[in-house]
Write a protein of this length. Structure first.
Length: 266
């Protein structure tokens, strides 16, 4: 909204989400960011197209013709995205993938789930959060998805068992939920499936708080887990600076879609 006002749109014209996501206005906003970037869009501007399209799809406030135009704007921006990973990210990956370190990472989910089992009788919510972290890390070792997608996994929609109730889970995301518009599918294998089953049946109910929503990772206030909620640790004070056991899963993070048009840069 701020950028729209900066380019001359009157504030009293921005009366609804459908107005904010109007393709003509979005095109003007993106073009203003492109000029600000010196003609070649930077990562923020490129991701803006994807975020706004995602919001429009999720809220249903833009018709099919408008969605097509927003998708064309997104595709045009994607052409300027740097291909592959930056050298900085590749350096991190090389460090993590060394045999000894990666083998330690693979052991973490089972260790955390064991801790959750030990805690369950005396501290069910704390145990559930520990089990939640175990599953999150386990999934990321098989499926390196963005944290936004991870938090929004739905049972029966993203986490499915196409070969029947006794078969391994598959994790799937349709193309419109993925930043680069490529459908994602991951076979999670039997060991991880067992870990997920233990979490879903023994621990997840403690986090639902009476809700029957299908989120794999329920949030504190209904809905899915929020970006500011801890993964696996107690909620409380006394947290100093730096990483803590309950912070986001220790895998190189990627930002997911925005929850509001204002967050996305309008």
């Amino acid at each position: 909204m701020r950028q729209a006002v900066r380019i001359g749109v009157r504030l009293d014209e921005l009366t609804s989400l459908s107005r904010l996501l109007d393709p003509d206005l979005v095109e003007r906003v993106i073009e203003s960011y492109r000029k600000k970037d010196g003609g070649k869009p930077k990562t923020y501007t490129i991701e803006l197209g994807w975020k706004l399209l995602s919001i429009a799809r999720q809220t249903g406030c833009v018709d099919e013709g408008g969605l097509e135009r927003l998708d064309e704007l997104r595709a045009g921006l994607e052409e300027d995205r740097q291909k592959g990973m930056t050298e900085k990210n590749m350096a991190v990956i090389r460090q993590v993938m060394t045999a000894s370190l990666w083998s330690e990472v693979l052991r973490v989910p089972a260790l955390l789930m064991q801790e959750a089992g030990d805690l369950r009788q005396q501290a069910s919510v704390k145990a559930a959060l520990r089990a939640q972290l175990a599953v999150a890390i386990g999934i990321l070792t098989f499926a390196p998805v963005r944290l936004g997608n991870l938090a929004r996994i739905r049972l029966g929609e993203n986490l499915i068992r196409p070969s029947g109730p006794l078969s391994p889970y598959w994790l799937v995301f349709p193309d419109y939920d993925v930043k680069n518009r490529v459908r994602l599918e991951f076979d999670l294998k039997e060991r991880l499936t067992g870990l997920i089953e233990e979490y879903v049946h023994d621990h997840r109910p403690a986090l639902l708080r009476g809700s029957n929503e299908p989120w794999l990772f329920p949030g504190e206030n209904r809905g899915h887990k929020g970006s500011q909620e801890p993964w696996g640790a107690d909620h409380g004070c006394g947290r100093g600076p730096g990483r803590h056991p309950g912070d986001a899963p220790p895998v190189p993070p990627c930002r997911g879609g925005a929850d509001h048009a204002g967050d996305a840069g309008l």
